[in-house]
Design a protein around this ligand. Structure first.
Ligand SMILES: [Zn+2]
Ligand SMILES: [Zn+2]
Length: 331
């Protein structure tokens, strides 16, 4: 615990005020941008669906698929909860792996966050990461889908012939994200307890400069508790439709790959926050950063250049060039 006796000084108060207003500005920015994108998407989707002669495009595609599968719930579940997310994960990571191994295309590698690292990536370490990621998917995530299937069947909505509305899907996505943030933050922080760290979480931290597949390079226990359960819990609580589950699992896997990929690419969410966690270990435990702000576990991060770079890159100039690290002091 800290003793902040200087809190009453004007300078300190001002600093606190600035910090709070900064955080509020970020939240306002995130929420307003999110709202704008969601509204725009919702409008275009309803326009799109209404302008199709058959009525609802997604609805009819889903019905066609459902009939093609003869309503076999287990097969539909396997495709939606395992196959589609796995293809999204490996499709996205396939591109990243080419960049990591060959250093090309430079359109990707010029956006490297930790300059000089993984250039090129250590092959032996890379294969170990790929095998572990595959092992975690086949022998941990996959078996966990069996109990999830029965929970979803109990809800009686997951395989409904009627799809949820796009608006409801967005509400669900927000709830899944909040559930994930809470469960991931606390289980991850627990993983940094010295005893648990030594036996479990240390494996994930072998990569101080992570790459995409490292997102699921972890001890099996960590993969159950911190990676899979926080993502599975939301849909299980909400009794979501399998199409929503497929979309959410894919989004979750691709975003965690982005936050580990080591490249701060244009228009994608910023990976600086979690990259900094791999660099410093005791900062930035969460996904969104809200709980880190509340618990003060991002204090050091907020004083770094990485924090200044922690935004969506809207131009083409790499942020490592526009906001470079200060030259290292002689020690
Ligand atoms: Zn990580
Ligand atoms: Zn960690």
């Amino acid at each position: 615990m800290e003793t902040d006796s200087g809190y009453s000084s004007t300078a300190e108060l001002q600093k606190q005020g600035e910090k709070l207003s900064h955080a509020l500005r970020i939240s306002a920015y995130v929420f307003s941008t999110g709202l704008l994108i969601f509204t725009a998407l919702a409008n275009s989707v309803s326009w799109f669906t209404q302008s199709i002669t058959l009525g609802n495009f997604w609805q009819s595609t889903w019905l066609e698929f459902y009939e093609y599968m003869e309503g076999d719930e287990w097969s539909i579940f396997l495709i939606g909860a395992a196959l589609v997310p796995a293809l999204a994960f490996w499709g996205f990571n396939g591109i990243l792996l080419v960049a990591d191994i060959t250093g090309k295309p430079t359109f990707i590698t010029r956006y490297r966050i930790q300059l000089g690292k993984n250039d090129p990536v250590d092959k032996k370490k890379l294969w170990k990461a790929i095998y572990t990621a595959l092992g975690n998917q086949f022998f941990v995530s996959f078996p966990m889908l069996v109990p999830m299937f029965y929970v979803m069947q109990w809800w009686d909505n997951t395989f409904s012939k009627e799809l949820p509305t796009f608006q409801w899907f967005l509400v669900e996505l927000s709830i899944f994200t909040v559930v994930e943030e809470i469960l991931f933050y606390y289980t991850h922080r627990l993983g940094h307890h010295p005893v648990l760290y030594k036996h479990i979480h240390k494996k994930h931290h072998e990569w101080t400069a992570p790459i995409g597949v490292v997102s699921i390079y972890a001890h099996p226990i960590e993969h159950i508790v911190s990676n899979t359960l926080p993502v599975m819990t939301g849909p299980m609580l909400m009794g979501s439709h399998i199409v929503s589950v497929a979309a959410w699992f894919s989004i979750a896997l691709v975003t965690t790959s982005i936050s580990h990929c080591g490249y701060h690419l244009p228009l994608l969410p910023s990976p600086e926050f979690h990259d900094f966690h791999h660099l410093k270990f005791n900062q930035c435990y969460g996904v969104l950063g809200v709980l880190d702000f509340l618990h003060g576990t991002d204090r050091m991060f907020r004083q770094t250049k990485a924090f200044e770079r922690h935004k969506v890159l809207l131009g083409l100039t790499p942020l490592s060039e526009s906001i470079p690290e200060p030259p290292k002091k002689e020690e």
